[in-house]
Write a protein that binds this ligand. Structure first.
Ligand code: ATP
Length: 221
């Protein structure tokens, strides 16, 4: 476990729509946890994504699917704080809320390269590093290709090994096993009544079947 100088556990944070959660999310969260020696990774389903269209499954059902998915994996924890808040969930507000609870713990916000590339469009994005580290998760075959402003910011804030005990402030590129799974593809397969086995946990597939989720293009919200 990574402890800060004050001996606090290091915590990973992975936000997403998880509509539905799949092995791409779960495996990369676990690998980040192991590579950075984090105490655990918190998976945060968002209520209303600011950058995209409404989710298909309701917040409650997305949370339930996440809870079932991580049931036997102690390193992964579901954190539903964004569902308790009204309105869109800006990452910086979520980090402020986490900081209130975990005052001195090293916090590691986990972003895929796609999300990181769009970071400069996020609300108060430059404040993020004052609240947490950023882990940029790359698949082995991916390049970062950042726009100039973000590329400079990335270079300026790249982490050194000795930064691992800081509570926030650095960017950590990591490579994880490539699982080219997407929730969009899973929803399309379900709409076409194709099997989705081995893309997501069986416990999640059971909920999808029981509730008849993603069988039409209409949102279940
Ligand atoms: P959608 O297809 O609906 O856009 P998604 O599968 O990309 O969904 P999100 O809930 O938007 O899932 O993703 C949450 C986070 O998980 C994002 O940071 C995203 O980059 C990351 N992620 C998504 N799919 C994978 C994957 N296959 N491997 C690793 N990380 C992933």
């Amino acid at each position: 476990m990574v402890k800060s100088e004050n001996n606090y556990d290091a915590i990973g944070i992975l936000g997403g729509t998880f509509d539905p959660v799949h092995f791409g999310h779960l495996r990369s969260a676990l690998e980040v946890c192991l590579q950075l020696n984090l105490d655990h990774v918190r998976l945060l389903p968002c209520a209303e994504p600011p950058h995209r269209q409404a989710t298909m499954a309701s917040a409650e059902v997305r949370r339930l699917m996440l809870e079932l998915a991580v049931k036997s994996v102690p390193q992964l924890i579901v954190d539903d704080r964004e569902l308790q808040r009204d309105g869109p969930s800006f990452t910086v507000d979520t980090l402020l809320s986490l900081r209130q609870e975990f005052k001195d713990n090293p916090l590691f916000l986990i972003l895929g390269t796609d999300a990181f590339r769009g970071l400069a469009t996020w609300s108060r994005w430059q404040q993020i590093l004052s609240l947490a580290h950023i882990v940029v998760v790359q698949r082995p075959d991916e390049t970062l290709d950042l726009q100039e402003e973000l590329q400079n910011w990335y270079q300026q804030n790249l982490a050194q090994t000795t930064d691992r005990y800081l509570a926030a402030g650095k960017i950590w590129p990591l490579t994880v096993t490539s699982l080219a799974i997407s929730a969009t593809q899973i929803r399309q397969d379900l709409l076409a009544a194709n099997p989705v086995n081995f893309l997501l946990p069986e416990s999640v597939i059971a909920v999808i079947e029981q509730l008849g989720l993603y069988r039409s293009n209409a949102s279940d919200n």
